[in-house]
Write a protein of this length. Sequence first.
Length: 187
Amino acid sequence: MTKKLSLVSMISLIAAAGIMFASIFFPWWGMKFFAPQYPEGLDIIVYPSKLEGNIDIVNGLNHYIGMAEFSNESFPELQYLPSIIIGFSCLILLVAIIRRKNFLYGLIGLFIAGGIIGIWDMKRWLTKYGTELDPKAPIELDPFVPPILGENTLANFITHSYFTTGSFLLGASFILILMPLWLERKK
């Protein structure tokens, strides 16, 4: 019979579930656009369930380069991502209650797979929006792919892409999920 995870490991997993659930209420990612006419910057802020920021202004500007408009409806992930996060939080709690190391390994694998899929999905959308430009747009640009993280210059706009609070909470949750591996190591 497999030895159960310790009470401290169980508490670490419960904290991970709570932090992951809390991430739903914070933005996960954003872009800030600076240009001479927008020195204060324009924002796109991405929550797990919605987009916020200067969406209408950015869409208006994107029209000139032939980029498709984006909205909450443009990204089906925003409809079901909160449910996935809630489900995964419940799964973490279940592993905390069962307290079996083999279930913990499965949980870690799922978390890693989810992270890889999430980054791939972001890259896919950035590629789609930056490369499928309308050839009849008033301003002709070569296709481009905005970065997931970092700085990009396009015409007179400097764009900063960044992870934010919700992503940091996901990272903290992952560390707390890994913590039992360290706590349960053989002496």
